[in-house]
Design a protein around this ligand. Structure first.
Ligand SMILES: *Cc1c(COP(=O)(O)O)cnc(C)c1O
Length: 457
């Protein structure tokens, strides 16, 4: 029996979701060119496409929405959020932004020059894109364990400190304007970073006088892993762990669509007054006046309240517990996933699930289509389709892993929904030898995964 911490909330508002038949779904996904992005959300029963902006706000957050002060300048909600960021994260300054990538734009525009190197444990797509946009060079220095899907190391998101220091010594500090640490490590499967490692990165950054920033989208989920896995932190509260985490950094970029449990928003938080002034000026150009930053006053209030709720232990116990519940049930059924389960998603290893489908026939995409037809569940391919083509050879840029990501929205689905996912995958696993691969019939030059069309082989 799996122990699962039950929901620390009760349900006050419900949103009906449509049940379709297997026959209907087979037709719908065929019409969508076997691309799950082309489905209407109303055709999806359980939507595990992303945890970004898909969370359910609490009554406390919704009540805060009614207290939105929509003044152009100096809204009271701005000051409420400032207080939350000071109290919970410990940063004296911040600029609200319309979402996480906008905060990255501000920070990287200010710090990165052409041909600069930006070390990160693993860049998230938008961070990497912004570094490249500023003509910088993104460098991933995560520990090797991160690339082994069966390795159960508890902090697979850690930066490799030796690699980091060697990299600095090799390139010199002049061309490294900042170091970023992504917690949890999204591109590595939502794997956490230990406090020892956060401190280690900070120590190296200080030693070489390089600014150190945290990509903080899932800071609270990371704190929970520290509490439950890192010796010495068992008795500390989540709020203490969060405070310590950020105490080592010069600032953070944040997508509030993740660990602030709102549907839109973000911010750049800073310790340096001058940099804050510069970021505020830049924000006027890209986001809006610095006390609203592209958001409504009510959005700022919801973020402030979300930051309080997301750092409650009962919430995290349930949140991480639910992802683990899904992961453990799949492991029990012999279904290959990235282990251990991360903080916000389960990643099915499609190469091991469908060994008869070669990488060039998109096993993770095929598995995603099959899961939609079987159960109405929408996951997302993180494999060859997403990776695109190598511009030099024109061939697919084959990644190390072919994954189907099942991302769990916050406070949205119950464990009965998780069971539907498990049962669907078990059925598919039994007939896995009969599943065929896919062939591309249309693709765009950039970001092909969103619009590509396929046919069954
Ligand atoms: C989502 C995300 C971002 C970007 O945030 P958006 O709100 O989607 O712009 C940056 N870094 C990480 C690690 C993320 O998960």
């Amino acid at each position: 029996m799996n122990y699962f911490p039950a929901e620390p909330f009760r349900i006050k508002v419900v949103e009906p979701i449509k049940m379709t038949t297997k026959e209907e779904r087979a037709e719908l996904v065929r019409e969508a060119g076997f691309n799950l992005f082309s489905l209407k959300s109303s055709e999806v029963y359980i939507d595990l496409l992303t945890d970004s902006g898909t969370g359910a706000m609490s009554d406390y957050q919704w009540a805060g929405m009614m207290l939105g002060d929509e003044s152009y300048a100096g809204s009271k909600n701005y000051y409420n959020l400032e207080k939350a960021i000071k109290n919970i994260l410990g940063f004296p300054y911040f600029v609200p932004t319309h979402q996480g990538r906008a905060a990255e734009n501000l920070l990287l525009s200010l710090l990165v020059n052409e041909n600069d190197y930006i070390p990160n444990n693993m860049h998230f797509d938008t961070t990497k894109a912004h570094v490249l946009h500023k003509k910088g060079i993104p460098v991933d220095l995560v520990i090797d364990e991160a690339y082994d899907p069966t390795n159960n190391y508890p902090f697979k998101g850690n930066m490799d400190l030796t690699k980091l220091e060697n990299f600095i010594l090799d390139k010199g500090t002049d061309v490294i304007p900042l170091i970023i640490l992504t917690i949890t490590c999204n591109s590595g499967g939502g794997q956490p970073v230990s406090m020892e490692n956060i401190k280690g990165v900070s120590d190296i950054a200080k030693k070489y006088k390089i600014p150190f920033y945290i990509d903080a989208c899932r800071f609270s989920e990371n704190a929970f892993f520290i509490k439950t896995r890192e010796p010495g932190y068992e008795k500390k509260s989540i709020k203490e762990i969060v405070k310590e985490t950020f105490s080592y950094a010069d600032g953070c970029t944040m997508s509030a669509k993740k660990d602030a449990i709102v549907n839109i928003g973000g911010y750049l938080a800073l310790r340096d007054k001058d940099l804050h002034q510069k970021a505020s000026s830049l924000a006027v150009l890209f986001e809006g006046f610095p006390t609203y930053g592209g958001l409504a006053g009510r959005d700022l209030e919801a973020i402030a309240r979300g930051l309080e709720e997301v750092t409650e232990e009962s919430y995290l116990n349930y949140r991480i517990g639910q992802v683990k519940y899904l992961g453990d049930k799949l492991i029990e059924a012999g279904i290959p996933i990235i282990e251990p389960p991360g903080g916000h998603a389960i990643y099915i290893d499609a190469s091991r699930f469908l060994p008869n489908i070669p990488q060039k026939e998109f096993p993770a995409q095929a598995l995603g289509v099959e899961l939609y037809i079987e159960s109405g569940v929408r996951g997302v391919e993180i494999g060859t389709v997403l990776a695109g083509r190598d511009p030099r050879t024109g061939d697919h840029d084959y990644p190390k892993l072919e994954l189907l990501r099942l991302t769990i929205p916050r406070r949205v689905y119950t464990n009965n929904h998780m069971d539907v996912v498990v049962e669907g995958l078990k059925k598919i696993y039994q007939r896995k030898d009969k599943i065929s691969g896919l062939e591309i019939t249309y693709e765009s030059d950039i970001l092909r995964h969103f619009t590509a069309k396929f046919k069954k082989i």
